[in-house]
Write a protein that binds this ligand. Structure first.
Ligand code: HEM
Length: 151
C-alpha cells in the first residue's frame, strides 16, 4: 500500500504541474487577447484544482498513516524532528505550503467563476493559479526520485 501511494503521489505531481501550466497559459492568452471566458478556460482550471485536490489527499494519507518518516520518526518525537532539516521539511514545511497552494488554487477558481466579466475571470485565474504553482514548485522535494523507481 505505502509504495503504491508514494509512487502515485510522485507521478500525480507531474500532472499537477502540467495542468497548472496549461490553465495559466490559457488564462494569460485570454487576458492579453481580451477573449471571452469559455468552457475550456473553466475546464483547465477545474482539472488543475482537481488534480491538486487528489495529490493533497494522497499526501495526507501518506503523512497520517503510511509514511515511515512521519508515522515512525516525526510523530515519535516532534520536538526532536524540528531540529533535523529533512524531518522538519516533511513534518511541517511540505504539508503547510501545499495546503496554502491548495487554498490559493481554490481562491483562483472561485474568483474566476464569480468575477463579473471575462477579463477579471482571466486575471483572477492567472494571478491565483500562478501563486499556487510557485508554492508547489518551491515545496516539491526535488532531491527525491523524479519518477517512481528512479533512484
Ligand atoms: C497536504 C498536502 C501534502 C502532504 C501532507 C504531503 C505529504 C508527503 C509526505 C509525507 C511525503 C514523504 C513520503 C515518504 O517518503 O514516506 C511526500 C513526498 C512527496 N510529495 Fe507530498 N504531500 C502533500 C502535497 C504534495 C503536492 C501537492 C505535491 C506535488 C504536486 C507533492 C509532491 C511530493 C513528491 C514529489 C514527493 C516525493 C515522492 C517520492 O519520493 O517518490 N506533495 N509528501
Amino acid at each position: 500500500m505505502y509504495p503504491f501511494v508514494l509512487a502515485t503521489h510522485n507521478l500525480v505531481r507531474w500532472l499537477v504541474l502540467t495542468a497548472a501550466i496549461v490553465a495559466i497559459a490559457w488564462a494569460v492568452v485570454g487576458w492579453l487577447k481580451k477573449k471571452e471566458w469559455t468552457k475550456t478556460g473553466d475546464l483547465t482550471g477545474a482539472i488543475f484544482v482537481g488534480l491538486l485536490d487528489l495529490n493533497v489527499l494522497l499526501g495526507l494519507i501518506l503523512y497520517l498513516f503510511l509514511s515511515p518518516i512521519t508515522t515512525q520518526v516525526v510523530f515519535a518525537n516532534f520536538g526532536a524532528a524540528m531540529k533535523d532539516n529533512m524531518l522538519r521539511f516533511y513534518a511541517v514545511e511540505h504539508i503547510f505550503t501545499m495546503l496554502v497552494a491548495l487554498a490559493l488554487a481554490h481562491v483562483g477558481r472561485v474568483l474566476s467563476k464569480k468575477a463579473s466579466d471575462a477579463m477579471k475571470k482571466h486575471r483572477a485565474a492567472v494571478i491565483w493559479f500562478t501563486l499556487s504553482l510557485l508554492a508547489i514548485v518551491v515545496m516539491i522535494p526535488w532531491n527525491r526520485p523524479l519518477l517512481p523507481g528512479l533512484g
